[in-house]
Design a protein around this ligand. Structure first.
Ligand code: 13P
Ligand code: ZN
Length: 276
């Protein structure tokens, strides 16, 4: 029996990946091959478009992702330019399934030129495991080189409480969007299991983790929510850059006003930041 499948180019998840890569590039947060995205897909979302019984290639991984065995992801390719995703998705993106032993992944679609998933796959998968353990609706991990957030990691205290407080102060909506604040890991070589473990450790409590002098990781339940989270933090960092360039703060949102905001939106700000 021949099964008729829909064209994958009509798949909502592929459209979302293409749009997001284009937006990250347009905003200047994904130069060259900078940035990577992984999006957890339900099997029922993949089945109308892809023959999941046909494995194109299997790629080993040197960490244990057995908690994700059998799970499907659409993910950006290593060394691929976000600039090019929209015009050539089958080369720059792939749909993968984590193998039963959690030690390799199977390519089911994409990476047409022999490519593989992002070099940051350890961080992505470790973050997915962590976020799923605290939020069963979690689905997206996004990394990019957001300009002003990177710049702030050179000029601002890297203490999470200090960094969070400054971002909250720079735009009224920040405390509502990320009341749990931001995480910061030390500088660690990218692409390693070590940076993956350090990032995932922070992802237990937060959905934004900064990689000093490199970029940002965001986590969320949808592509839009995750993009919006990074966008909000980066906007605050941009305002901070401009405030510094204009000679520094003359007035600000007070801690009491930040608490009032949190109360109005029924969110609980991370403890130890507001001095009330
Ligand atoms: P990849 O091209 O392997 O996704 O790496 C880009 C990047 O931003 C590394 O941190
Ligand atoms: Zn990067």
């Amino acid at each position: 029996m021949t099964i008729t499948r829909n064209s994958i180019y009509t798949a909502p998840f592929l459209q979302e990946m293409m749009e997001t890569a284009a937006n990250l590039y347009r905003l200047g947060w994904a130069e060259r091959n900078g940035g990577n995205i992984s999006y957890l897909l339900h099997e029922y979302e993949v089945l109308p478009y892809v023959d999941v019984d046909y494995v194109i290639r299997t790629v080993p991984m040197n960490f244990d992702a057995s908690d994700l065995a059998g799970k499907y992801f659409i993910v950006t390719g290593s060394g691929k330019y976000f600039k090019n995703v929209e015009k050539n998705p089958v080369r720059n993106l792939g749909i993968i399934r984590i193998a039963e032993d959690g030690k390799s992944y199977e390519i089911l679609w994409g990476f047409e030129d022999g490519g593989v998933a992002t070099s940051e796959l350890p961080t992505h998968l470790m973050n997915h495991m962590q976020r799923l353990s605290v939020d069963k609706n979690h689905r997206v991990i996004m990394h990019c080189h957001a300009t002003n957030l990177i710049a702030m990691t050179f000029t601002h205290s890297l203490m999470e409480e200090d960094f969070t407080k400054t971002l909250w102060e720079m735009c009224t909506e920040c405390i509502v969007v990320f009341p749990e604040g931001v995480g910061v890991v030390p500088w660690i070589t990218p692409g390693t299991n070590e940076i993956g473990k350090a990032t995932a450790e922070r992802m237990k409590d937060v959905r934004i983790v900064l990689w000093p002098h490199h970029g940002v990781f965001g986590a969320g339940t949808t592509i839009d929510e995750t993009f919006g989270l990074i966008e909000t933090a980066e906007k605050a960092a941009e305002v901070y850059t401009i405030v510094c360039a204009q000679g520094g703060k003359k007035q600000t949102i007070t801690d009491k006003q930040l608490q009032d905001l949190a109360d109005a939106w029924h969110v609980v700000p991370r403890k130890g930041i507001l001095k009330l």
